[in-house]
Design a protein around this ligand. Sequence first.
Ligand code: PMP
Length: 468
Amino acid sequence: MTTQTPARSNAALFETARAVIPGGVDSPVRAFGSVGGTPRFITSASGARVRDTEGRDYVDLVGSWGPALLGHAHPGVVEAVREAAWRGLSFGAPTEAETLLAQEVRRRVPAAERVRLVSTGTEATMTAVRLARGATGRDLVVKLAGCYHGHSDGLLAAAGSGVATAGLPGSAGVPQMVAAQTLVLPYNDLPALEACLEQRGQEVAAVILEGAAANMGVVPPLPGYTAGVRRLTAQHGALMILDEVLTGFRVGPAGWWGLEAVEGWVADGQGGPVPGSTHSARIWPASTAEASWVPDLLTFGKVIGGGVPLAAVGGRADVMDLLAPLGPVYQAGTLSGSPLATAAGLATLELADDQVYRAVDAASAQVGQVVSEALSAQGVAHRVQRAGSLFSVMFGDSAASSGVHDYEGAQAQETWRFAPFFHAFLREGVALPPSVFEAWFVSAAHDEEAVEAIAAAAPAAARAAAQA
Ligand code: PMP
């Protein structure tokens, strides 16, 4: 028998992984496909930092792609999960924690009159679409180019995130008949939606859109766009599904809906106001009556599970009550409402108070500013685009002068500047999301020290971007 020396370098682990896992990863963007090089194999994370298998620490701007609002391994969350684990990992029976979490979601987002817990964002949007079809008796779904709603068959057309990173129009393996049920329209283009609904409105079950698009880089809705989607869907009897998997409980206590429809946040055409400037006293909206628009259904994920697989669909009681066992729309899950996930989610939301959102806002503003200043100092045309505390850097003159408002614009930026920019940051100990089409995620644990480390690394990254 031969004993293998344990592989410890990132490269060795990646090679071993590739022999057994397609591409060496369980989610495509992790493979560094568009930036090249070797992904870092993470062994632990704490606060604003992750550590790789070679023992190097990085200031982390991936944040597990969203869940880590409080920073990694927050003691309050870890302790809640540990306690829950001792009581049993999974029962396949109802628990009180599920009700408490559903109540907390409804307290923050009163439009979620009923909440069903699932395990992934993909399941949440898939369920929302099925519900909309069940409620309306119509088949077509309108999605917007560059928005990503998970990897269910019908929602992969012109999707952002990893689909954009890999430069794919959609996915193989999606039957033509299924793809034909999805109509793709440009984001931020109300006339296009109006024309589409004029023509085929009778067949459209739902329009699904991200709270703020953040899977083609961050592209906030233009003033009036989301309210316009609400008006047009209502006019044509289609449901509006607001996908807050990424934005929910991250950009504010009540997600994007709270920020835009309650607090009145608008993109100002210059990348948006600095977060925090529009909301000095954050409040939970007491009822939907305080909002300028209300979606029929919402989907949540990421932060709601605090880093453990959990997501949710919520919305109008009359629509949600069509779900089995009450109604004819089937949906189920062996691990739905997992005790570990509900414990992590409840602890996370309990800890995510005003102070946390203010800290995330502040860190986001600072990081965006130091990176932008470094790029400007090197003469790199760019724009930091924001949607509340979410932001990303768009490269190129056109992005700098007029901003990016849709998928076409996102793809037209100087994408080649990103890989050298990314790798220079990585060499300096800062881990960005490995794609120009992803948002940067800061947390409440991104303190002054973390921001200083990013500021110290930024000039080298900006030089690399300038020389690309
Ligand atoms: N919707 C949005 C807006 C997302 O950003 C994502 C994931 N990035 C999803 C849905 C899918 O969630 P999951 O990866 O948990 O399936």
